[in-house]
Ligand binder design. Structure first.
Ligand SMILES: [Zn+2]
Length: 205
């Protein structure tokens, strides 16, 4: 159901496919490769896990709605807090030309006969979300294999991160596969064994 596109670089891009319909998650690198993969398919939308520039670079290159949590709107267009200035990446999209769809916890996005469910998981940023499709969970920069996202950027909060981790583990069975915004994929089962943040913040509480 998903293709991992740019694992080695700054962030991961995913494709959620069902028959000829697709959603693109965090398009940021490998435009040509993505373009080829989309050939013959209907791009229904771009799903953003959050607004940091290393996850959003390519969002103006596709003609489709862009889904983003309502608490993340300000960050998306503020180059001081979206990482553009820090990473030296020029933001090429602007508000007036994007078809933005604001989402919140529990929003359901339809994909043919499947549903993509939005889980609001603040902590890395105020409007960070995870997307759940069956037993697959796209976790953005909230939960990584063996780690979690940084909480020291603007809008970050350790307290919110703890609550978000509890929410993820409370709503996911151990078979759920996680697809993070950086590095390798994992499973809830693996993270319950090895993720130190799960062990100290979720399990022991
Ligand atoms: Zn980030």
């Amino acid at each position: 159901m998903k293709c991992l596109l740019s694992q080695s670089e700054a962030s991961n891009t995913y494709l959620i496919e069902r028959f000829d319909q697709v959603y693109l998650v965090d398009p940021s690198h490998n435009y040509e490769e993505i373009h080829q993969l989309l050939e013959g398919k209907k791009l229904m939308g771009i799903l953003l896990t959050h607004g940091h520039i290393d996850h959003t670079i390519l969002i103006n290159r596709f003609n489709c709605p862009v889904y983003l949590h309502e608490d993340e709107l300000e960050l998306l267009f503020d180059d001081q807090i979206n990482g553009s200035q820090m990473l030296g990446i020029k933001r090429e999209f602007k508000k007036s030309t994007l078809d933005l769809r604001l989402i919140k916890d529990g929003t359901i996005i339809e994909l043919v006969d499947r549903q993509i469910i939005v889980l609001h998981t603040p902590g890395h940023t105020r409007g960070s979300v995870c997307y759940k499709i069956g037993d697959d969970l796209i976790t953005g920069d909230t939960l990584f294999k063996g780690s979690i996202g940084r909480t020291d950027f603007p809008g970050g909060s350790i307290r919110s991160m703890k609550e978000s981790l509890k929410k993820i583990f409370a709503t996911s069975n151990s078979l759920v596969k996680i697809y993070p915004g950086h590095d390798e994929i994992s499973t809830i089962k693996e993270e319950m064994k090895h993720n130190e943040y799960y062990l100290k913040w979720v399990k022991l509480n």
